[in-house]
Ligand binder design. Structure first.
Ligand code: GTP
Ligand code: MG
Length: 151
């Protein structure tokens, strides 16, 4: 099966609370591999572009305040079904609806501080990854050869 790459962000509340290791270990345990990683504070412009589909909604300004409020850990994660696997482990957008055992279900209380972003669809992943990573900042794993045995 061809591998996918998805974009994940541990939002500022997750970084401030020291949850990066806990969250990343949940992804790594599935066999997903880190293809890219960087810590940065999103500019308002970049955040507005990233969440452009929500422009005009009542929570848009507070969403931008939130995601620009401190450092964010941005990850490109690679593996078979990476997009769906990450979304499943994240849990529902609203933590009160997120199942126990998911990241949002276990560590979040409110939709306005829901810890983590993951690309929703292949189309989103393909435009989100270049927003944060150049090609030379990404590692490509060999899913048909030796690397698949580690997954
Ligand atoms: P992302 O992976 O961050 O895109 O979350 P999602 O795909 O699960 O949800 P969605 O794209 O619908 O919403 C994007 C983000 O906007 C959410 O993760 C929340 O941080 C925020 N958000 C969504 N709905 C609300 C809301 O009703 N109120 C507030 N304050 N924030 C919201
Ligand atoms: Mg979304």
């Amino acid at each position: 099966m061809p591998a996918e790459t998805t974009l994940v962000m541990i939002k500022p509340d997750g970084v401030k609370r020291g949850l990066c290791g806990e969250i990343l270990s949940r992804f790594e345990r599935t066999g997903l591999k880190i293809a890219g990683v960087k810590l940065l504070i999103l500019s308002r412009e970049l955040a507005a572009e990233h969440y452009g589909e929500h422009s005009g909604k009542h929570f848009f300004d507070s969403l931008l305040d939130y995601v620009t409020s401190g450092p964010t850990l941005v990850l490109a994660l690679e593996g078979p079904n990476a997009i769906a696997v990450v979304r499943k482990l994240m849990g529902s957008t609203r933590p009160e609806d997120a199942a126990t055992g998911t990241i949002r279900g276990d560590f979040a209380l409110n939709v306005d501080k829901n810890l983590i972003h993951g690309s929703e669809h292949d189309f989103d992943a393909k435009r989100e990854i270049p927003r944060f990573f150049t090609n030379s900042e990404l590692i490509r794993w060999d899913w048909n050869g030796e690397d698949k045995d580690a997954a």
